[in-house]
Design a protein around this ligand. Sequence first.
Ligand SMILES: Cc1cc2nc3c(=O)[nH]c(=O)nc-3n(C[C@H](O)[C@H](O)[C@H](O)COP(=O)(O)OP(=O)(O)OC[C@H]3O[C@@H](n4cnc5c(N)ncnc54)[C@H](O)[C@@H]3O)c2cc1C
Length: 500
Amino acid sequence: MHTKVIALGRAEKPSDGFSAQTVVRGPLRTTVGRSRRSSGRESRPYHVETGESVELSEIIRESLAAFGGRAVFAQDQDYGEASHAFERSVRQFPEAVLYPESAADVATALRAARAAGCTITTQAGGHGASEDLRGSILLRLDKFDHIGVDFAKKKALVGAGVKMGALTDALRGAGLVPPLGTSPDVSVVGLALGGGHSWISRAVGLAANTVRRVELVFPQGSHAWVDDQTDPELMSVLRGAGGLVGVVTAVEIDLAQAKNLTGGSLLFPVEDGPAVWRAARYLHAPDPLSVFLASTRMPDEPYLPAEIRGQHWISADAVSLDGDVAALGRVRDAGTPFADSVRAIDVTEIAAITNDTREPGATRQRSAFLSLLPDELIDRLLAWHRTDAGAPVMILGIRPLDGAMAREDEDHKSVVSTWGANWALSGLAPHAPTEEAARRACDALAELERIVAPFAVAGGIPTYLDSAQKLEQALSPESIRTIRSVRSRLGGDVIRPQRL
Ligand SMILES: Cc1cc2nc3c(=O)[nH]c(=O)nc-3n(C[C@H](O)[C@H](O)[C@H](O)COP(=O)(O)OP(=O)(O)OC[C@H]3O[C@@H](n4cnc5c(N)ncnc54)[C@H](O)[C@@H]3O)c2cc1C
């Protein structure tokens, strides 16, 4: 889920411009023009459509008379930039990209989608992009950027366009921590609607479980707050499959109190991996302390700075809300750390602990819930990651699913469950957006899946899914039934059934 190296994005840049090709889909012929990035702007139209799609965009355009925001169509100069997702292994071709400025604009967009026979889908950054979006209008709620913090009640009201980094900036010095994962660039809403494993999950549960109220434009166009009293079933779907039942304009979330926020990384040579992972396995840490383990293997590529190029290291990254990091002593003593940055920090510094890439790129990933993390699995995983077969996986990560995640939250139901699992394993394989590179990444991740299979249990977190995976790979059949039933009750056909 994270990378130590900001420079990673440079890997993607040379191949960032897609080559010209023609895609035929049914009666619709779509010509995808060459897109070369220069100063972050497209040099010419990225996507030119002919035939039926032009008619489709005309119907959408005509239905948007009351729409107050920006509307971008395939014929427009800025379509390429507007339609791209952060996750570049997915190419998106929505019929239009709309930037609503009010809930009324969202309702207008829903009407336009119905008039054109399209579906609607909403995307914040598109870190979790998964489909090509043909036949859909894409909404981007960047303008919904309000943040309200009730410091006394430890709550934040956050608009759908707000990124985690903006929220942590608003909380600077306040001793409060939101449910943030390792990236400051994902939206609060995108993380929480997909489950979201965060630095405070051991203390308060998954990010979705911190959501107290959701402000939603329903598929039929009405706009209202929903909570666990008014519609617990809908809330359970919003906590994990939130993009499937309407357009969320804001959420109210609980914040965790941090009396003595502490965090940082212990970095070890790769040889220390087995001992460090063993030591970190049963830490008996207090709930306010989270330790994420990773084996990070950088490619041997010239675009990387010399100090990390081709390097492989083991990390134990930690955040403690109350400053009690005594349990980390065992981890520290298990190897010979070559760096130790654990210290008192402000909430705005949490993102720097893992230093996730901030550049869009193509990535494949696999995750698994594990019941056990026995010695034999630790040894096998770490030994495999040192071989050529494991090389495409840049980050092999393990996070615990204990603490609050192991306690049932009766008052705040969710379609996501971590029951029966003790660890979340993830493998992240960034690659150049070429078929050959994607194939190598997928082969390595398939091998990783085979290695962990004997210890894997059902379940997952939707925010951990690979772009090609469906929700059923993370959620139970019962949860999928609940999602479908709520969609049907709300008349949700107009919402694109993404990953469903
Ligand atoms: C560098 C990096 C680090 C990450 N670290 C973590 C981590 O620590 N923990 C973790 O759990 N995940 C992590 N992720 C995964 C990330 O949380 C998910 O990909 C998340 O969905 C992306 O958020 P986004 O804001 O880009 O949302 P998007 O990809 O834009 O949207 C995600 C989903 O939410 C829906 N959605 C978004 N906005 C709305 C809205 N307003 N109304 C209705 N539906 C909406 C979308 O339709 C989509 O289904 C990481 C990803 C990256 C790239």
